[in-house]
Design a protein around this ligand. Structure first.
Ligand code: ZN
Length: 255
């Protein structure tokens, strides 16, 4: 069995809100963190361009994060785009498929990503392989489900005779809670970084900056992100109002 350092992680970083939050989560926990990304023939190269600036700015938020962040790797998996017809890698309309799955579904994508990440983690001695998959508030991809990831973890550990842990810290929280998690990890500086620098839009549109970030505003990914932001912003405003009322009560009254 390979020697895995329990205080290390490898984060699947796509430059989206979820994987960026996962990178902060890993930097908060593990002594050494590396990142991995995949080129699989995406129609838009924007995510790949944003990964390095996100890594640099996120690590700079805390001195210990700067010290913990190790190298990045980009793995070319363009064969995935060649064997799969979907709206992420081909110019197809963003409509639901007859079986109800989104047109952006790339069959097997997360299975392939986690498997390649596990190969790298195994060789680098990194114990925790971290991904932003979530089945609470998601677009319906079956390979984001907890059971899929758990089954894959079992298969990988049997097949490699190792004890890697596939970690999905966002699995059971919704998008608003993902913003709150980011706030708890890196404060409003991290919230601002995620708003401005990350990319979720399926159309690859950056455009002007909305409250919730950049994007076309009407694809599934933008809609999900905007809805999560609205719930988070309402919660933040309520917490701030409570804190300011409590501060008012604590303020000494004059003679
Ligand atoms: Zn969009």
């Amino acid at each position: 069995m390979s020697a895995l350092d329990p205080d290390t992680g490898l984060v699947l970083l796509s430059a989206g809100q979820d994987s960026t939050t996962c990178l902060a989560w890993a930097l908060d926990r593990f002594r050494r963190v590396e990142t991995i990304g995949f080129e699989y023939g995406q129609r838009h190269g924007i995510e790949m361009e944003l990964r390095e600036p996100i890594r640099r700015q996120l690590a700079a938020l805390r001195p210990e994060w700067t010290a913990r962040l190790g190298p990045d790797r980009v793995i070319a998996l363009d064969v995935l785009g060649r064997v799969s017809e979907n709206a992420l890698t081909a110019d197809l309309p963003l409509v639901k498929r007859p079986d109800g799955l989104p047109a952006t579904f790339v069959p097997g994508r997360n299975l392939v990503f986690f498997t390649f990440a596990a190969i790298v983690a195994y060789q680098r001695g990194l114990k925790h392989v971290v991904g932003g998959m979530c089945e609470t508030d998601f677009s319906g991809y079956p390979d984001c489900r907890d059971d899929t990831i758990k089954a894959l973890q079992a298969a990988i550990n049997l097949g490699m005779d190792t004890r890697l842990a596939l970690e999905t810290p966002l699995m059971w929280i919704d998008k608003a809670a993902t913003w709150r998690l980011a706030e708890s990890l890196g404060g409003m500086a991290l919230i601002d970084l995620i708003r401005r620098e990350t990319h979720s839009c399926y159309r690859g549109v950056r455009g002007s900056l909305h409250d919730w970030g950049h994007g076309c505003g009407d694809c599934d990914a933008c809609a999900l992100r905007a809805k999560g932001w609205a719930a988070y912003a309402a919660d933040l405003a309520a917490r701030r109002a409570l804190a300011s009322a409590a501060a008012g009560r604590r303020r000494p009254t004059g003679p």
